[in-house]
Design a protein around this ligand. Sequence first.
Ligand code: KG4
Ligand code: ZN
Length: 328
Amino acid sequence: MIILGIETSCDETGVAIVQDGVRVLSSAVASSLEIHKKYGGIMPEQAAREQVKCLIPVLEETVKKAKIKLSQIDAVAVTTEPGLIGSLLVGIEAAKTLSFSLQKPLIPVNHLISHLYANFINQQPAFPAVCLVVSGGHTELFLAKSHQDFKWLGGTRDDAAGECFDKSARILGLGYPGGPVIEKASEKFIKKNLQLDNSQFAIKLPRPMISQNNFDFSFSGLKTAVLNQVKEKKFSKEFFAYELQEAITDCLVKKTQKAVNKFLPKSILVAGGVAANKRLREKFKKTFKNGLFLAPYNLCTDNATMVASRAFFNMDIVDWRKLRVSPN
Ligand code: KG4
Ligand code: ZN
């Protein structure tokens, strides 16, 4: 079965054609990231306008690369929740139009859950699975017993992990998006580290909620801790980047471990933009020797491959007239 997926929940415009949920025939992503960089964050109105500009060219490119005709696809899948309403609507209207004009079934997809399906491309994680979605807007843990049974275990009570990277990078003047620049700055710190004296390690950022007996996270205090300590100008930006990355990754690994110890899953799935972080991947690999699935680098940030894959495994077909956007 060939599914065409569309992803427009935020600042990426993605279209992909995936066979049987596991084989990518083609995929393309356009991003308006460069435009948002100068504002230090995403401007929703601008993101929606870029979606309008990019969707048709990305769609055409994807179909051309797959060497098929649009009429050969069996279904259309689209992200309907959660996300920026203006951006989501662009993908949804395109998907409705394709469904109507091609007379093909339409499958709505939840963006958070779809991130996890980056792990189903060319491989088959077994259930039950403990799942961590860690992105710019979300930090959530789920227990999945099947493709149709995702139970939410806990999540962030305030900022998402990616948001904490982004906001802290802004405080440190390192640029946007925060995750990759913090990762780079912290690598610099590690390289220089040998020459530093131990006083550089005199402060430690907090690991909020790490010892609490739940599956929740809290990252907004970390950003405030960075803000307060940066003012003292005692430490380098690279040191803060290093320590922030350590603090965030410690919390993510520890709470996932808590869930794994409790539910004894067959697989552990990690996905979302922050899953691209090398230090996070290293810590997960060290902690979980069996059943660990880390989303491939190119499928960590938003893309439509994961949307088409999720749709194949959860064929929740709706009439195009009834498809609704649900931003929250
Ligand atoms: O999944 P995604 O593309 O969009 C959302 O659904 O939110 O994730 C974007 C987030 C941003 O906060 C970005 O800073 C973070 O993922 N990110 C990273 C890395 N690459 C992207 N965070 C840490 N390390 C990275 N290498
Ligand atoms: Zn996302």
